[in-house]
Design a protein around this ligand. Sequence first.
Ligand code: ASN
Ligand code: ZN
Ligand code: CA
Length: 337
Amino acid sequence: DEIETIAGTGNGLYSGKVTLETQKFGNQYRLIDTTRGRASVCDMKHADNGGCTQLTDADNTWGNGKADDPQTAAVDAAYGAQLTYDYYLKFFGRKGVANNGRGVVSRVHVGDQLENAFWDGKQMNYGDGRGNAHPLVEIDVAAHEMTHGVTQFSVPDDLTYSGESGGLNEATSDIFGTMVEFWAANPNDPGDYEIAERLDLNGNGTPLRYMYNPSLDGVSHGCWSATTKDVDVHYSSGVANHFFFDLAEGTGKTKYGTSPVCGNASGVTGIGRDKAQQIWYRALDVYFTSSTSYVNNASPGNTARAYTLSAAADLYGKCSPEYKAVQRAWTAVNVPG
Ligand code: ASN
Ligand code: ZN
Ligand code: CA
């Protein structure tokens, strides 16, 4: 049969009505996006492992906007992967997670009531959450997971997923997850500096994490301390998430939340998301090593502060306001210079 690429329509759970690139095989359509390196979505049908079934559809209209239709989570997953692919290409010239033009597979309906989504080293995986009725396919989560792939292929031997380097790995995913969410400008899920705010993972309406004031979750570190290296990577990420917020939006009261300064540091005026994301991406792609951390006594230059300053110097110059804002923003989260 002849194979053609064609635009379909999806009705997502969080994303609403969206356009998806699909492929037609005979008289059926598949969620394979040839315009983005054959990125595809398949259905694990609540198994943890084993085969993943290609989703098919007869009329190229996918999902009903509710979790009871198995196609619905696939729509959000396809949309999140498409946004993230386009974001990295548009802002950084990066062609897919491995920068080789290939799209990735997104597996939906992974496990039974799995309250997690994860990058497994090769592909994306999404659980369906409580009662298999709350798939974890929000835009910032999809972009967070895909960014774990970007980090894996950008930093030689990956950013080690423990201690402070693990916190930087997690923060990189929260930072770009959030930048994708802003850039998507989806009216059903507009940009903010909260993570997974639509999923209600805590069951009380609160988001999973807060970039403007990470300690609002009760466990994350928003200010660096000597114990930051000892907490889970999803909590030590707070220091870099807070840094990035301050760099982009500034400290104090902002339209996205109030960001406190740590200790007796001075306030920071934000340089905006466009410049802040360029600085973080260049630091990640050009400078970070597997052991980059917040404070590194063994190798004092191998820090996120030093590398984001190198990136800011490359992009804007060493005496630039952007360079100085990077210095101030790290100091404002108690990371020493
Ligand atoms: N959802 C989690 C994450 O991407 C999975 C994990 O613990 N790695 O961070
Ligand atoms: Zn993560
Ligand atoms: Ca968000």
